[in-house]
Design a protein around this ligand. Structure first.
Ligand SMILES: Nc1ncnc2c1ncn2[C@@H]1O[C@H](COP(=O)(O)OP(=O)(O)OP(=O)(O)O)[C@@H](O)[C@H]1O
Ligand SMILES: [Mg+2]
Length: 277
């Protein structure tokens, strides 16, 4: 299959005022339809990286090229066009809790509307049919008219993904999409994102604390430590040494007496090393 670069991050750095660099010379690229996870300890710069891509924050230096254009150089109007093609999925869903599932999904179309049409929530028949279709694909059709505050966490996140999909994105940026979910719902969400990449050709860049899910679902894994890219490889290449590089070394000594291979790494070890346990 022909590989085509969708996103190219070139020496991106970000320093928040008065702080050490949250991102420090990060470079990597993502192909169309590729599923890439970003792992790293709390504070490593994962969220900062995602926010630099759709310019929720401006990088201090470096270039972010998306679909052939450097987003760091775009004016408001062009930025708005680019943002349509980049959807976000959040840990806490960011749904309008008093609105129904279908209303939340339709909000994914707002970027395509004039502000007046947006305020009046004027959606075309086609958009409505599409929104119901996507809810159906995510197994949520029966909940279309349910208020979002009456949905479970896993269901809310599926609404979040449905909203992301109706945006017709080339890229989904997901910042810890499963951090608030139980294992069963987490798996379902990862499977839906993987399906978006495989069947819809939408690239996914997903921040994760769960290394086991990153290994199972990703084409590639990026490891950040203190704002630097310290790993970029396939799940198979993410060995104990790479894990130590990303999360720090303390627990590796303890594990060196155990059989090697990642399946032997208890997830709790990794979480402890990541400072999240
Ligand atoms: N708005 C901000 N202003 C100042 N510093 C910030 C801001 N956002 C993040 N930082 C700092 O930048 C660094 C990277 O933070 P970031 O949120 O990107 O990390 P993260 O990898 O997403 O962490 P987590 O796993 O806890 O979500 C941290 O040192 C953090 O304190
Ligand atoms: Mg974060």
């Amino acid at each position: 299959m022909e590989r085509q670069t969708l996103l190219n991050i070139e020496s991106v750095s970000k320093a928040y005022t008065g702080k050490a660099k949250a991102l420090d010379g990060v470079s990597f690229s993502v192909e169309r339809g590729q599923f890439v996870s970003v792992i790293g300890s709390s504070g490593a710069g994962k969220s900062t990286l995602l926010r630099c891509i759709n310019r929720l924050i401006d990088p201090s230096s470096g270039a972010v090229e998306f679909d052939g254009r450097d987003v760091t150089k775009l004016g408001k109007r062009e930025l708005r066009q680019i943002r349509r093609r980049v959807s976000m999925v959040f840990q806490h869903y960011n749904l309008v809790s008093r609105s129904t599932a279908i209303e939340n999904v339709l909000q994914g179309r707002l970027g395509y509307k004039s502000s007046l049409a947006g305020v009046l929530a004027l959606y075309s028949e086609e958009e409505k049919i599409r929104a119901f279709d996507v809810l159906d694909q995510l197994g949520l059709l029966e909940f279309a008219y349910r208020r979002c505050d009456q949905l479970s966490g896993g269901q809310k996140q599926r609404v979040g993904i449905a909203r992301a999909l109706v945006q017709d994105p080339l890229l989904i940026l997901a910042d810890e999409p499963i951090a608030s979910l139980d294992p069963k719902s987490s798996r379902a969400i990862m499977e839906h994102l993987r399906w978006a990449a495989d069947d819809l050709g939408i690239a996914c860049l997903v921040n994760l604390h769960q290394v086991d899910y990153a290994i199972e679902f990703s084409d590639r894994i990026i490891g950040l430590k203190d704002g630097k890219l310290v790993f970029d490889g396939t799940p198979a290449e993410l060995d104990a040494e790479a894990i130590a590089r990303i999360y720090g070394t303390p627990y590796v000594k303890e594990r060196s007496v155990k059989p090697q291979g990642f399946s032997d790494v208890v997830e709790a070890d990794v979480m402890a090393a990541a400072g999240v346990a």
